[in-house]
Design a protein around this ligand. Structure first.
Ligand SMILES: [Fe+2]
Length: 102
């Protein structure tokens, strides 16, 4: 969980940045984007706090470091599978051939 949750917080700011960029590109109302804009900074702080207060203190043995790395990879892989699936659906709806996720 240490690696999994750390990776979750680490990925969030870039995702919020992408949402904000798309929101602005589409000209959607400002009222709906405040949460996402705030969380670019908030989740950057969460990620830094998690790293300094949880990851570093927990990574005192090779066993823990392997577990943290395993959790981070689980999160990154689940995210990749989800995004590959979303990309395939977007490609299908655009009349393009989906790229099969491995
Ligand atoms: Fe957060």
């Amino acid at each position: 969980a240490v690696g999994f949750l750390g990776m979750t917080e680490w990925l969030a700011p870039d995702r919020f940045r992408n949402v904000v960029r798309a929101w602005e590109r589409l000209g959607l109302p400002e009222v709906g984007i405040t949460y996402h804009r705030l969380h670019i900074t908030i989740d950057s702080q969460h990620a830094a706090g998690w790293f300094h207060n949880v990851v570093i203190p927990s990574a005192d043995t090779a066993y823990m470091r392997r577990g943290i790395a395993r959790g981070a990879l689980w999160r990154a892989n689940s995210s990749a599978r989800h995004l590959d699936e979303r990309l395939d659906l977007a490609r299908l709806s655009a009349g393009r051939t989906p790229v099969a996720a491995g």
